[in-house]
Design a protein around this ligand. Structure first.
Ligand SMILES: [Zn+2]
Length: 144
């Protein structure tokens, strides 16, 4: 598999990146494990249902990147904006993802004539900053 994120993006501004921070799930009184579980593929779900407890968030994120996130219908254009962001980060194994990359996913990769998304990068950043549901955290990169 080609890692498009690393190819030909030399000119891309990478000032702001995002990751899912499992430690944010606690104070928000929401189980990230459960949120992840509901996004697993049918095969994984039936396997996990036989186990006593859902694997922890880090393990599930790893498994989603290696399995569920590869399914063609893991991300659909008609999903809500933040759901697409969440799933994009999951499919990438929760490696830090740039604001521009998320913007492109929303306005290009997962946009269709039926679901156009006209939002600026700054508007997207505002939405991401306000998120308190998906445990997304903004990382500020120190310029090198
Ligand atoms: Zn799976």
């Amino acid at each position: 598999m080609t890692d498009v994120s690393k190819a030909g993006t030399g000119a891309t501004r990478r000032s702001v990146q995002y990751v899912i921070d499992p430690t944010r799930a606690g104070p928000m009184k929401r189980s990230l494990e459960h949120m992840l579980f509901t996004r697993r593929c049918p095969t994984c779900r039936s396997r996990l249902e036989k186990e006593a407890a859902a694997p922890n968030a880090a393990t599930q994120i790893q498994e989603i990147a290696g399995c569920c996130g590869k399914a063609e219908d893991f991300i659909k254009p008609e999903m809500p904006l933040m759901e697409i962001v969440f799933r994009t980060v999951l499919a990438g194994g929760n490696r830090p993802i740039g604001l521009e990359e998320l913007h492109q996913a929303l306005t290009d990769t997962f946009a269709t004539p039926m679901v156009p998304r006209n939002l600026s990068i700054e508007a997207l950043r505002t939405i991401l900053t306000r998120d308190d549901f998906y445990c997304l955290t903004e990382l500020k990169q120190v310029s090198q």
